[in-house]
Ligand binder design. Sequence first.
Ligand SMILES: [Zn+2]
Length: 407
Amino acid sequence: MTFDSPIGVISRLARQLLNWRLFPGNLVLRDLSYAIAGIILLLIFAGDTYAQQTTVTIRVGAEAPAKAFIEASSAPSRNWSFRNEYAGVSELANRIDAFRVFDSKGAEIPTRRLAPGQFTAVSDATTFRYQVSLSPPARAADAARVSWANGIRGLLMLADLLPDYSQAEQPLNGGRKAKVAVENAWRNVTLRLDLATGWTAYSNDKQSGGNVFEIANAQSSVFVIGAHLRTSRQIVSGMLLEFVTDEQWAFPDADVLNMGSQVLKEHRDVFGAMPASRVTLTLLSFPYDSAAEKWSAETRGTFVTLLFTKQTLKNVALAQLSVPLTHELFHLWVPNGLGLSGDYDWFYEGFTVYQAARAGVRLGFFTFQEANTSPAWLMVYGNRHRFLAQHITRAIFCYKVDHILPA
Ligand SMILES: [Zn+2]
């Protein structure tokens, strides 16, 4: 005689409800049985995934160009898929090297590389180990969107450092397979950062002591690391705004916090609420000198990355900073505060450009004319829809300037 686990019993019941059609003659009861079975199946998956904690250690030294040495333990898996392209940055997976996997007893399992960043093993592995080159991307502007480190500072973006579990089904107990389990792996990550002496790390993730963090969602988790990072903070309408930098800019840190707080309040008036309880704003130099770029930015989750070229004149520098700042802080609400999935950027970028320009003009950071000719208006990533949306919003903006708002 065998004793089923509670999950086994529920699973058997669900199968009976689904397959044996306990109530064949009664449509209402049959529909009800399907509904109950659905709920039970959800509970089973929730139960199975709950325990699947992923622990990751990332070691980054102070050498330049740096490498990340990564070791992770997770639910048994045979497939690993690393992000190869993101926001126009391609061949990211080529940075992954020396990928090795091990079973629960520590024995190495042979792997095969199917494509850059795509690995498969002959049997289940619970530990995997690899290196990632953190050489800054060839285009300086891309450094706001991917991981890099240059011996002084760096950005660690877990979405391009950890495998995208969601692309591969993984076996659960009893031989079943489910995608839901692996997506959950992104949400239950304990990360330990092993950095060079004197280096510190900041992110929005919960710090559980030392350099150990509980990652709420690895796909939107960003860490700024460096040897000379300093922070300052301000509470804006109940939300914590933390500013992180390591550079001597033409303006004091407090000016950035004040500008950020003004912009956040202006955007809050559009939505009626703050987007999160905590936001980190990081202002760094580009990883290498680039004459072509004045700034580059990305807002991922509640983490705003701004790469900026040093200016000698305070007012010029602040005016230049206000353009990406008004834009990026708006992204905390749209799209990051929304449950959008899919390729909707053609829609929200246009809206963001318009609203950010409106906020910047209202706050006196720049004029209508400056907003109208700023690079934000002219940014086109080869996407016709976005191009169209930007021009429509630009047209609306110009119409408002001419007809509604006073000159
Ligand atoms: Zn944008």
